[in-house]
Design a protein around this ligand. Structure first.
Ligand code: TYC
Length: 118
């Protein structure tokens, strides 16, 4: 019902002095619950053909690693077969995987990149 009509029919409702509510109730605040997004590891896979400098370049350009960090990650992947380039939300991880695979393909390197839920 519209406010004006309600006030005409029940003029005491909502009036702190006339509605019988002593006004001693607990004050409550509603707060929207924010959810943390699932995070995804972006993984680089080793192969025998992609040049080391190319992998370092990708880690610097796409994953914003320093030259030292990029070299460490590249060597880790080279030695262990797989390694983490970073952890991102699903959309960002997917975009980075596509950027790596596209860039490698355009340079005719077989470099593979994938993602997995953390
Ligand atoms: N194994 C490659 C070589 O010896 C280098 C390399 C490192 C390739 C990491 C891929 O994800 C990779 N040239």
């Amino acid at each position: 019902m519209i406010r004006g009509a309600l006030n005409r029919l029940r003029p005491h409702l909502g009036d702190p002095d006339r509605d019988g509510d002593l006004g001693t109730g607990t004050i409550t605040k509603t707060r929207a619950k924010t959810q943390r997004p699932s995070m995804y590891r972006v993984l680089l896979l080793n192969d025998d053909f992609t040049p080391m400098e190319f992998v370092v370049h990708i880690l610097e350009r796409i994953f914003h690693k320093t030259p030292d960090e990029a070299t460490q990650i590249m060597l880790h992947v080279h030695q262990k077969g797989i390694g983490v380039c970073g952890v991102f939300t699903h959309e960002v991880a997917e975009t980075k995987v596509n950027q790596v695979v596209d860039f490698a393909r355009r340079h005719q390197h077989p470099l593979q990149c994938t993602m997995e839920k953390e």
